[in-house]
Design a protein around this ligand. Structure first.
Ligand code: FPP
Length: 248
């Protein structure tokens, strides 16, 4: 067995890890600007650190990691930037899929794959199919994803079942909605991290973040590495989660 490259520091309680971490990887553009580089190189730098973050979540036993790679609003960026992001998605899966599969990582794509260019759609579908039976980290990548659209889709799926006589209106409860989101079967988000100091959810996992703890590190995404991830987990463990109740 290979040693864990970044074991958990003693300051983190391994029994109270967040089961589901979601990350808004913000700040690639500012990182590129700060380093006088083209924006595409900022995004490229933002996939380099990603490998270590994914590997570490898998190694330390996080159950689910969800990454916001491309939102439905990101189509409004310049063609050059959209093309660069699409290329990075292809490159990432080509270079990482073997190792991810070997580690037992299951890949799930959140979002409307039908709206993606053919090569990206195929590579994402193949990654999902190839890793579908894996039981390790669930690596969920939001591509062409919007949180409101996801909830609308769930409502439409449920309404269609009612119209077809397959279920009653009364059977639509919180669990039924959760079961019709892209994240069906995953634990709710425990820890939401948005890098670069911005403090917004930006249409990400609106339903799933109901009781998430939010942590907003100042680091631009390409500067966010495993020690920064561990600092966010420490912060998470300092929070008292009451779910609307009172502390014991
Ligand atoms: C936000 O930074 C980041 C994005 C819109 C894209 C994030 C994508 C990646 C890190 C790479 C692709 C991911 C995978 C899984 C292969 P920004 O450009 O909005 O930063 P800014 O606010 O500083 O301009």
């Amino acid at each position: 067995m290979t040693a864990i490259r970044y074991p958990l520091p003693a300051s983190i309680d391994p029994e109270r890890l967040p089961q589901h971490i979601a990350i808004i990887m913000d700040g690639n553009g500012r990182w590129a600007k700060k380093n006088k580089l083209k924006i595409a190189l900022g995004h490229r730098a933002g996939t380099e650190n990603l490998r270590e973050i994914i590997r570490n979540c898998s190694d330390i036993g996080v159950k689910a990691l969800t990454l916001y790679a491309f939102s439905t609003e990101n189509w409004n960026r310049s063609k050059t930037e959209v093309d660069a992001l699409m290329q990075l998605i292809l490159d990432f899966f080509h270079s990482e899929i073997d190792e991810l599969d070997e580690k037992g990582v299951r890949i799930l794509i959140l979002g409307d794959k039908s709206g993606l260019p053919e090569p990206q759609r195929l590579v994402l579908e193949q990654a999902e199919e190839r890793t579908a039976k894996n039981t390790g980290l669930s690596l969920n990548i939001a591509v062409n994803y919007g949180g409101r659209a996801e909830i609308v889709r769930a409502a439409q799926l449920l309404a269609a079942q009612v119209a077809a006589g397959e279920r009653t209106v009364d059977s639509i409860d919180e669990a039924a909605i959760a079961d019709h989101l892209y994240t069906k079967g995953l634990p709710e988000v425990d820890l939401l991290i948005r890098t670069s100091g911005e403090m917004r959810l930006s249409n990400f996992l609106l339903y799933q973040c109901s009781y998430a703890e939010f942590v907003f590190p100042e680091d631009l995404w390409p500067d966010f590495h495993v020690p920064q991830l561990h600092a966010c987990i420490e912060e998470f463990q300092r929070r008292s989660r009451r779910y609307g109740g009172r502390e014991e």
